[in-house]
Design a binder for this molecule. Structure first.
Ligand code: HEC
Ligand code: HEC
Ligand code: HEC
Ligand code: HEC
Length: 134
């Protein structure tokens, strides 16, 4: 009986440690400070890594919701009550040459830069966003 109690309290300690670890790792996901789409990794980058404070952006007025960026579309219209959290932009936008909305590089540039231009705040020059290490 005593032995059993020892084991179960040890298990409780492990379970608690596991929970704390889980909470910490989910939090860490949201504090990304660069955009590094896997579509561009493995190749030689033309520009340095892009700085992007994900958490800070949540506080800006122009950012209404997660789907301001992680959007979902249906019949050519952006959906209000759906998002693509957990998917990389390159899951839908293609890293191939071409100039449509669906081209990955222009998708990034249009989303990020257009808001900065509209808001008259935030970087619009190449080197201001591509400010990290190459
Ligand atoms: C201003 C644009 C923007 C907004 C708003 C935004 N995100 Fe993101 N988020 C991004 C970009 C860009 C990435 C990196 C995408 C990529 O690598 O393809 C990202 C990545 C992520 C990731 C993956 C992180 C990782 O570790 O790879 C998660 C999870 C995420 N966002 C959740 C959220 C949630 C939840 C919200 C709303 C509270 C939100 N995002 C709002 C732009 C945004
Ligand atoms: C689930 C698929 C999907 C994901 C993930 C996705 N998009 Fe899109 N995106 C679309 C579709 C579909 C359109 C509409 C294109 C059209 O109508 O020709 C679109 C349109 C756009 C447009 C042009 C319209 C507008 O709102 O200005 C931009 C810019 C854009 N996406 C950027 C991004 C960025 C940046 C990410 C990652 C944060 C992203 N998209 C993630 C599917 C997706
Ligand atoms: C819906 C609007 C919106 C979108 C989308 C957006 N930003 Fe911003 N961003 C802002 C605003 C507003 C500021 C300026 C905040 C200030 O100076 O108070 C800003 C500032 C920045 C800054 C300067 C540092 C900082 O955080 O103040 C960087 C770098 C940046 N944005 C990168 C990006 C990148 C990269 C993307 C696309 C993945 C992006 N932003 C998408 C609104 C946006
Ligand atoms: C508002 C921010 C912003 C500005 C301004 C900006 N970019 Fe980007 N750019 C991005 C983001 C975000 C990505 C996606 C980066 C990633 O996933 O690694 C990107 C990706 C790229 C890529 C593909 C990745 C690589 O390095 O090969 C190229 C090339 C590029 N940008 C060139 C430019 C050029 C040239 C300019 C100026 C005319 C410019 N960008 C201005 C945000 C920006």
């Amino acid at each position: 009986m005593k032995q059993y109690h020892k084991v179960s309290s040890l298990l409780a300690v492990f379970a608690f440690a596991g929970l704390v670890f889980f909470a910490m790792s989910t939090e860490a996901q949201f504090s990304i400070t660069t955009v590094e789409d896997s579509a561009f990794s493995g190749k030689e980058r033309m520009r340095p890594i892009v700085s992007f404070d994900h958490d800070a952006h949540m506080a800006y007025d122009a950012v209404e919701d997660c789907n301001t960026c992680h959007h979902m579309w249906e019949d050519g219209k952006k959906m209000d009550n759906a998002d693509s959290i957990g998917m990389e932009c390159s899951a839908c936008h293609l890293a191939e040459p071409g100039n449509s909305e669906m081209n990955l590089i222009s998708a990034y540039h249009r989303l990020c830069r257009t808001c900065h231009l509209n808001e008259k705040a935030g970087p619009v020059l190449c080197g201001e966003c591509h400010a990290g290490e190459k």
